[in-house]
Design a protein around this ligand. Sequence first.
Ligand SMILES: Nc1ncnc2c1ncn2[C@@H]1O[C@H](COP(=O)(O)OP(=O)(O)O)[C@@H](O)[C@H]1O
Ligand SMILES: [Mg+2]
Length: 265
Amino acid sequence: MKASVSLALMELGRRFGEVEAVRRVSFRAAHGEMIAIIGPSGAGKSTLMRLINRLVEPTEGRILAGDRDVTALTGRTLCAWRAECAMVFQQFNLSPRLNALTNVLMGSLQRHRSWRTLTGLFPHEERLRAMTLLDEFGLAHKAFVRAERLSGGQQQRVALARALMQRPSIMLADEPTASLDPRNAAQVMAALRTINRDRGLTVICNLHNVGHAREYCDRIIGLRQGAIVFDGPPAALTDAAARDLYGAEQDEADITQATPELQTA
Ligand SMILES: Nc1ncnc2c1ncn2[C@@H]1O[C@H](COP(=O)(O)OP(=O)(O)O)[C@@H](O)[C@H]1O
Ligand SMILES: [Mg+2]
C-alpha cells in the first residue's frame, strides 16, 4: 500500500456555464484524515470529488497532493494520479454476474496487461490479496457468490475491496450509503472508518446523512451553493449550524440522529 497522501485545495473553482458548481474552495486534508463533505443536493459535492481525481477540470485554482501539482498533471502522470484516487459511488458498479472475488480482482486490472484479464489468469499473489480484503470486510464466505446475489451493503463492501486493490493513497466516496438501509449503511461507514484507521488512508466522503458524518468522520466540511460554509470537528457542528447549512432543503438530510437514513431519491 502506498503511503497516504495529504491534499491541499487552493481557491478551487468550477463553472458550468452560469452555474458556479464549486466556488473558491480551499482546505487541506492531512495524511490519514477522514473528512465528510455534507450539503444539500446541488451544493457541489460530487463536482468537488471529481475535481480531486481530475474527472472534471477546474476553471480556477489548484490542487496539491504532497508536493505534486495535481492540476498540472497530464498523460501518464495523470493516469497514475487517477489510479491513486480510489473512488466508490452510490451505485456499486459491480459486474453482477461475476463473483465477489473476481469483482475485487478487477480493481487490479489497471496494473496488468489485458491478456491476463481475458484468460482469467490473475497472479496468485493478487488472488491472495483480493481474498484477504474480502475477509477483512467479513465477506470471505461470499467470495464465490455472484455479485447480484449479495445485499446492497455487501456489494458496497466488495466495491471498497475492489477500490483497495489499486493500492490507492486516497479514498473518495460519493454518497456510498445513499441507497442502503440503515444497518447496511452503518456497516459500510464502519468499513470506511476501518480502512482509514488501519491503513492510515486519507478518506473524503460525500454524505447526505449528517449523523454518519458526525459519528464516523474526524472533520466535517459543509458546502452550500459551491462554497464552504462550515469546516470543523463534528462537535462544532451544532444542530442549528446543520439546519442552517441545509436551509430550505433540510428535509433532505437527517440532521440530528446518528443512524436512520432518509432516502432522498
Ligand atoms: N456536467 C455538468 N454540466 C452542467 N452542470 C453540472 C454538471 N455537473 C454538475 N453540474 C451542476 O453543478 C451543481 C453542483 O452539482 P453536484 O456537484 O452534482 O452537487 P451535489 O453532488 O452536491 O449534489 C449543480 O447545479 C449541477 O446541476
Ligand atoms: Mg452528488
